[in-house]
Design a protein around this ligand. Structure first.
Ligand code: GLC
Length: 446
C-alpha cells in the first residue's frame, strides 16, 4: 500500500519537540582519545589497525551520565541526543551484532543505557544519534566512497567482497536493538545520506516501518533522505515513508526559517557546535561565547526552530571545562528567561504585526510578545506595532517587575508608538539579553 502521511499524528508527536526548543547533543566515542575530532579516521585516511588501540584503551572512568544530565537541565536544555554509534562504527551500547562496542573495552559499560537512565531521571526527553555510515563494517563501501578512510586505496578499499545488503541487515538490526532494549525513545537522529546512499538505498521504508512499530511516538530527523544540506520530502510536500519529522540545518541558522512547499512553517533544529568539532578536540579552542549562543538560541526560536548544542566529552568522560562554563552561563540566563523560549515561536501569525526591537529579537507565545533587547534605546524603548490600548501589561521577564509606558516629552512626536520605560539607567539590567514580556488584550476586550 502506498504510504499515507498522517498530519494529525505528526502534529501530535511533534508537540513536545516544538515546545522544548533547546537540546543537548553529545558526541562521544573512541575519537575522544586521539582528540582530533570525530572525523579523524576519514580526515587522516587512517587504517583500522591504527584506530583499534583506542578501542583496547577506552576507559573513561570519570564518565558520570548524571553529571552530564544535571548540567544539561541546569543549562535549560529540555532534551538530549547521544551518539549511540558514529561513523567509526563504534557502539556505545551492548549490541549483539558486533564486538566493537563499549561493553567490550576496559570500560565495560553500556553508555547508552546509563545516558538514558540519567537524563530521564532529570526529566529530560531522550534521543539517540545513529550513524548510517559505518567505516568499521567490512561490507560498507570504501574505495571511491567520498568519505571512507580507504577511499583512495584500491587494494585495502577494494569493494569486490563487500555485500552492502549484509551491512543493511546489520544496521537495521542495531536500530531494532536500540528501539527494543532501552524503553521509550523520544527522538532518533540518523546521520546521514549522500550521493546514491539515501532513502531506499538504506532500505529506508522498511527501516521506518520497523521504527514506527517499535516506537510509535518517536520523532525522527530527515537524514535518511538528506544531510545538513537539503530539506527532504516533507518540505517538498511529497513525504516518503522515510521522511523525517524535522529539517537539520548544520552550523547555521536558516536566515528566514523554513517553510514547506505549500507555505506551512516546517519544524527544524539547528545543530550547533560550541567550538568547531563535534567530538572532543584538544586544540580547538574556538569556543563561541555564551552570550552569542543565547542569541542564536533566541534567533532559532524567533524563526520557528530548535537549537541542539553540542558537547564532546574528553577521553576521561568529562565535559570539557570550557563547555561547562558555557552551559553555566546559558543556564544563568535561561533560569530567568526560559518563558521566552519554551512554547515560543515567531511573532508572525500572532494577533498583531509587531516588529522586533532595533537591536534584538522577538519571540511569541500566544498573546505574549517577548522583546529581546540586546542594546538599549536612547531613553524609553519603542515597541513598534503594539498599539497602546492593546497592551494588557509589560513585565521584565528576569524579575517580574512591572514596566510602565513612558510619558516623557522626548517621544511626543511619535504619539502612536508605545514606549516602554525601563528607568533612568542607560545600561540594560541583563547585558546578554533583557527580555520584556508584552501581553496583548483581545481585540474587543476592554
Ligand atoms: C555531520 C557529521 C558528524 C556530526 C553531525 C552532527 O553530518 O558527519 O560528525 O555528527 O553532522 O550534525
Amino acid at each position: 500500500m502506498a504510504y499515507q502521511f498522517d498530519r494529525a499524528r505528526y502534529d501530535e508527536r511533534m508537540g513536545w519537540f516544538l515546545h522544548d526548543r533547546f537540546g543537548m547533543f553529545i558526541h562521544f566515542g573512541l575519537y575522544a582519545i586521539p582528540a582530533r575530532g570525530e572525523w579523524l579516521r576519514s580526515d587522516e585516511e587512517m587504517p583500522e589497525e591504527d584506530y583499534l588501540p583506542y578501542f583496547h584503551e577506552f576507559n573513561p572512568t570519570a564518565l558520570d551520565a548524571r553529571d552530564w544530565a544535571r548540567r544539561a537541565r541546569e543549562a535549560g536544555m529540555r532534551y538530549a541526543v547521544l551518539t549511540a554509534k558514529h561513523h567509526d562504527g563504534f557502539c556505545l551500547f551492548d549490541t549483539a551484532t558486533t564486538d566493537f562496542k563499549s561493553t567490550n573495552t576496559p570500560f565495560g559499560r553500556d553508555i547508552v543505557a546509563e545516558f538514558l537512565e540519567a537524563f530521564r531521571a532529570e526529566g529530560l526527553r531522550v534521543g539517540l544519534y545513529y550513524s548510517l555510515i559505518d567505516w568499521h563494517h567490512p561490507d560498507f563501501p570504501q574505495y571511491g566512497d567520498r568519505q571512507a578512510p580507504f577511499r583512495n586505496d584500491p587494494v585495502r578499499g577494494c569493494n569486490d567482497d563487500r555485500v552492502f545488503d549484509r551491512y543493511l541487515d546489520y544496521m537495521h538490526e542495531q536500530v531494532r536493538e536500540l528501539c527494543t532494549n532501552y524503553g521509550r525513545l523520544d527522538l532518533l537522529w540518523f546521520d546521514f545520506s549522500y550521493d546514491d546512499l539515501r532513502g531506499d538505498a538504506w532500505r529506508g521504508t522498511q527501516l521506518m516501518e520497523m521504527v514506527r512499530s517499535l516506537q510509535p511516538d518517536v520523532v525522527t530527523n530527515n537524514r535518511l533522505e538528506v544531510s545538513g544540506e537539503g530539506y527532504g520530502s516533507l518540505a517538498a510536500c511529497r513525504p516518503t515513508p522515510y521522511h523525517g519529522d524535522f529539517v537539520t540545518p548544520e552550523k547555521i541558522v536558516p536566515p528566514t526559517g523554513i517553510r514547506d512547499a505549500e507555505g506551512r512553517p516546517l519544524a527544524w533544529e539547528s545543530c550547533v557546535t560550541m567550538n568547531d568539532n563535534w567530538g572532543y578536540h584538544a586544540t580547538d579552542k574556538n569556543f563561541k561565547p555564551a552570550p552569542l549562543l543565547v542569541h542564536k538560541l533566541v534567533e532559532c526560536v524567533s524563526k520557528g526552530g530548535n537549537m541542539i548544542l553540542n558537547v564532546g566529552p574528553d577521553a576521561t568522560g568529562r565535559i570539557p571545562d570550557e563547555s561547562c562554563r558555557i552551559l553555566d552561563e546559558i543556564g544563568r540566563w535561561m533560569r530567568r528567561n526560559s518563558a521566552s523560549v519554551y512554547g515560543c515561536g515567531p511573532a508572525a501569525g500572532g494577533p498583531l504585526d509587531v516588529r522586533p526591537p532595533e537591536v534584538g529579537r522577538l519571540t511569541r507565545n500566544g498573546n505574549t510578545y517577548y522583546f529581546h533587547l540586546y542594546e538599549n534605546a536612547l531613553g524609553p524603548v519603542p515597541l513598534l506595532g503594539v498599539p497602546k490600548d492593546r497592551i494588557e501589561k509589560i513585565r521584565r521577564l528576569c524579575d517580574g517587575t512591572e514596566v510602565l509606558l513612558s510619558t516623557s516629552w522626548t517621544h511626543s512626536d511619535y504619539p502612536d508608538v508605545a514606549f516602554a520605560d525601563l528607568g533612568p539607567s542607560p545600561v540594560l539590567p541583563d547585558p546578554v539579553d533583557t527580555v520584556l514580556a508584552v501581553t496583548i488584550k483581545e481585540a474587543n476586550a476592554r
